[in-house]
Design a binder for this molecule. Structure first.
Ligand code: UD1
Length: 430
């Protein structure tokens, strides 16, 4: 485990566009975590590959091991999971509090064992992250809920959870995934409405169908699940889909600082919103079946407005990295963060590096460009903003120190080694 004190020392390029080569996109954090959690639905288990070796994955594996799941690491990013001896225990508070994604375990455990207790889940410091959709969904499926001192106690009816019609008042990725899984073990039919359309949701559902689930409507906003009992993995293997947020961050890096960067092993069709926005700004991109190539351009990039939105709209997780790009474009760009309140707080620290932004309120900001950035000592506040700080340090002139690398490690595997290979002077100090 990396030390909590790890920091990155980065010598910036001072605005030059010199990076070149290939950078490979890893498996998607937000797909891998849910697939790992889904083992709770299995009478046996399954093999999963292309799992990113990141802190959030290690924590999810710890949670599963604590529940009695056998985890056998076969190779780098390849795990054989076996849930045949799983038993129910309260979710391990310390991990669950720190990792929001742990909430996806609650529904499957409730459906399998009839009761579950879990602490209010944690995650990034990006504003309110409520759990009302989870609680009301459990109640619709017949469960009763009590809360004592920040811990929820949820109990299913004696005959087990029943299928229900659940309308999500907000499109939520983890709520959609949780009830998609929970309904597999409920009695009868569940209809989920206003579901999240993120590719990770459909990818999870498709894998569960391969293993015996009866889920229809994947990739649409209405998903129907016929409860059909425990799943059988047998020889099925899930290969984690490419991380579209990592790919997007690398493409933004290329537009900022590369003479010729090929982002390989990605799924460009999951990146339409970013690709179109960058093109609108004047970035020239070559888009292949599983790569995006981006290089320096003679003309200045133009300011563009961005509004984060549920998929297929512009992902909130790319909002902070994009802000660094906008700080180098000509003119005023307007950012409207519609998903998370407070997800623009990271801008303040960047002003010390020379980025000029005006926070209009907790959801909206203006970025003024182009501005020359200067290396500084800066503390990463969360996963995605942390990566944005690294991008800012790469663009800046002089040396930067980015503290709190533990946040970046939650979602990006050995980022410094991959960045060194394309010409970035970045070093990890333990
Ligand atoms: C997931 C992703 C995260 C991404 C986010 C939005 C994982 C592990 N994380 O987070 O990287 O930034 O989707 O694309 O997959 N909401 C409620 N009530 C609830 C739950 C959510 O109102 O009970 C609201 C949230 O406040 C937010 C919106 O729904 O405004 C979307 O949040 P959600 O999709 O749940 O985010 P996560 O699933 O936590």
């Amino acid at each position: 485990m990396p030390e909590v004190t790890d920091k990155f020392i980065i010598d910036g390029l001072g605005g030059q566009q010199t990076l070149s080569g290939e950078i490979v996109v890893g498996g998607a954090k937000n797909a891998a975590l849910k697939i790992l959690a889904s083992v709770v639905l299995f009478q046996d288990g399954f093999m999963t590959s292309n799992v990113p070796e990141i802190e959030d994955v290690f924590r999810m594996l710890d949670l599963l091991v604590n529940l009695g799941v056998k985890v056998n690491k076969k190779d780098k990013g390849v795990y054989q999971l076996d849930a045949s001896a799983i038993s129910n225990k309260p979710l391990w508070s310390e991990i669950a509090k720190r990792m929001r994604a742990s909430i996806v375990l609650t529904g499957p455990l409730l459906a399998r064992f009839g009761e579950i207790s879990f602490p209010y889940p944690g995650g990034c410091v990006i504003g309110k992250r409520p759990v009302d959709l989870f609680l009301s969904g459990f109640e619709k499926m017949g469960a009763t809920i009590t809360e004592t001192e920040g811990v929820f106690w949820v109990k299913a009816p004696r005959e087990g959870l029943w299928g229900a019609e659940i309308f999500f008042k907000n499109q939520s990725v983890t709520a959609t995934e949780t009830f998609l899984m929970t309904a597999v073990l409920a009695k009868g039919k569940t209809v989920l409405k206003n579901c999240a359309l993120e590719p990770e949701v459909a990818s999870l559902g498709e894998f569960l169908n391969e293993c015996g689930a009866k889920i229809s409507g994947l990739g649409t906003s209405t998903i129907t699940i016929e409860g059909n009992g425990l799943l059988t993995g047998g020889r099925h293997e899930y290969k984690t889909i490419p991380d579209r947020i990592e790919a997007g961050s690398f493409i933004i890096l290329g537009a900022l600082a590369a003479s010729d960067l090929k982002v390989v092993g990605c799924e460009p069709k999951h990146l339409d919103a970013l690709i179109n926005l960058l093109r609108e700004s004047g970035v020239s991109l070559e888009v292949g079946e599983n790569f995006v190539r981006v290089g320096s351009s003679k003309k200045k990039y133009q300011a563009v407005d961005v509004k984060t939105h549920e998929y297929p709209g512009f992902p909130t997780d790319l909002q902070a990295p994009l802000a660094i790009f906008l700080s180098q474009a000509n003119g005023e760009s307007f950012i409207f963060e519609t998903i998370f309140e407070g997800r623009l707080n990271y801008l303040e620290a960047l002003s010390r590096m020379g980025l000029e932004a005006k926070n209009l309120d907790t959801h909206r900001a203006i970025i003024y460009g182009p501005r020359k950035l200067e290396g500084k000592e800066i503390e990463s506040p969360d996963l995605r903003a942390g990566l944005a700080y690294v991008l800012a340090a790469i663009v800046a002139s002089g040396r930067s120190v980015v503290h709190n690398v533990k946040y970046i490690d939650r979602g990006y595997e050995k980022i410094e080694e991959r960045f060194q290979k394309i010409g970035i002077k970045i070093e990890r100090i333990k």
